[in-house]
Ligand binder design. Sequence first.
Ligand code: APR
Length: 246
Amino acid sequence: MSTYQRIVILTGAGLSAESGLGTFRDKDGLWSKYDLMEVATPEGFARNPEKVHAFYNLRRNMHANVVPNAAHRALARLEQNYSGEVWIVTQNIDELHESAGSHCLIHMHGELYKALCAHCGDRRPWRDELSTDLVCPSCKAIGGMRPDVVWFGEMPYQMDGIVERLAACDLFISIGTSGTVYPAADFVMDARQAGAHTVELNLEPSEGASLFAEAHHGKATEIVPTFVDRLLNSSQSAHPFENRDT
Ligand code: APR
């Protein structure tokens, strides 16, 4: 019998940083090089779709040879070996959780390797470049194909399922996220309201660090496998991780 029955894990760009993918808000992060209003909003896409396509085509190429790191692998190991339920809700649009072997996964900000038709809503795997002259394979409209990612101002995916899982969880872990983007930044409060134990695993204290009952700071490839190992070994002890900061 494990200590926690239902675990929800929120992940962000910091989890994939050591796989070679840049974060957004760290020094040299993506938003220091690109104007997010131009490349990550519906308005930006309407104004200059070529620029938005170029941004995501570049990211698709950057992601092509990237592999999961020890932190992704540890989370997959947790799902496979833990006696309770483990759900990952990721803000990341990369596919490193899947590549590592995680299955109980929600991509709340969409997926880089999927395309969405703005005309008919058709959504399908898409590994090639996207451009303004593409024909939707479903409705045959021209010019409506866009990356299946959630831009600023759009509603994240599967919110009902996420809220439901947060309301039922007894352990919430936030990994590699700055805690600056909503609604994900509020998940810790939802989990607290559900009575869950809350843990932050991040390189440094996030914006919402004070909201967590427990924190471990360091590189994801180091602190995540350690935490997962403790969790897998924790079934015999009541609250093995409380109020520690490494
Ligand atoms: N290990 C652990 N944490 C790390 C590492 C690492 N190796 N490297 C960086 N971090 C931490 C940073 O300290 C920072 O707190 O990861 C966090 C990354 O924060 P952001 O760049 O803001 O990324 P994220 O929180 O995922 O952004 C949320 O914002 O731009 C949007 O849609 C985009 O999904 C993204 C959302």
